[in-house]
Design a protein. Structure first.
Length: 160
C-alpha cells in the first residue's frame, strides 16, 4: 500500500490485489450488517457492531433516543451504504485510485465504519484499549491496525 499526493487537490492510493480484495470483503460484510438491522425485532438486543455504527443520540433518555432514531436512522444507514459501495467500487476498479477532496470523504467515513465494526468484535472501547489479544484475534487485530494506517496516510497526504 502506498498513498501519495497527486497535484494540488488529489491523492493516489495504490493497493495490492490482496488489499483491494480485503477492502471488498470488509465492505461487503459492512453492508450485510447494515442491511440486517431491518430483520431484527424491535427492542431485541442488537449486534454490538451495529450499536457502535448507530449509537443512541441520547444515552440517558431511551424515549428521546428512539424518537431521534426514528427520524434519522434510515438516512444515516443509506449514507453509510452509499459510502461503502463507493469505496468498494473504486478499490475494485484499479490498483491505483485517484481521490480528490470530495471523493475521499466516502473512503474516510467507510474506513471509520470498518474500524468501528472490528473494534466492537475485538472488544476495543477506547484508543488505548487493546481488546482481544488472543491468537485467534490476531488477524482481526492486524486488519484493524492496517485500516487505521490507511486512514492516517490518506489524511496525512491530504494535509500536504
Amino acid at each position: 500500500m502506498r498513498v501519495r499526493r497527486a497535484g494540488r487537490v488529489s491523492i493516489v492510493v495504490q493497493l495490492s490485489s490482496v488489499e483491494r480484495q480485503l477492502l471488498d470483503d470488509l465492505t461487503a460484510e459492512l453492508t450485510t450488517l447494515l442491511d440486517a438491522r431491518d430483520t431484527m425485532p424491535p427492542g431485541a438486543p442488537g449486534d454490538p457492531a451495529l450499536t457502535r455504527l448507530l449509537p443512541d443520540a441520547y444515552r440517558e433518555d431511551a424515549e428521546a433516543a428512539a424518537e431521534f432514531r426514528r427520524f434519522t436512522e434510515d438516512e444515516l444507514v443509506t449514507a453509510k451504504l452509499a459510502d461503502a459501495h463507493t469505496l468498494a467500487d473504486t478499490a475494485r476498479s484499479d490498483s491505483e485510485i485517484t481521490l480528490d477532496r470530495t471523493s475521499v470523504i466516502p473512503w474516510l467515513r467507510t474506513l471509520t465504519d470498518l474500524r468501528l465494526v472490528l473494534a466492537a468484535r475485538l472488544g476495543i472501547q477506547h484508543d488505548d484499549d487493546a481488546g482481544d489479544t488472543s491468537a485467534e484475534a490476531e488477524p482481526a487485530q492486524r486488519v484493524y491496525l492496517w485500516l487505521g494506517n490507511l486512514q492516517g496516510w490518506i489524511l496525512e497526504a491530504l494535509q500536504r
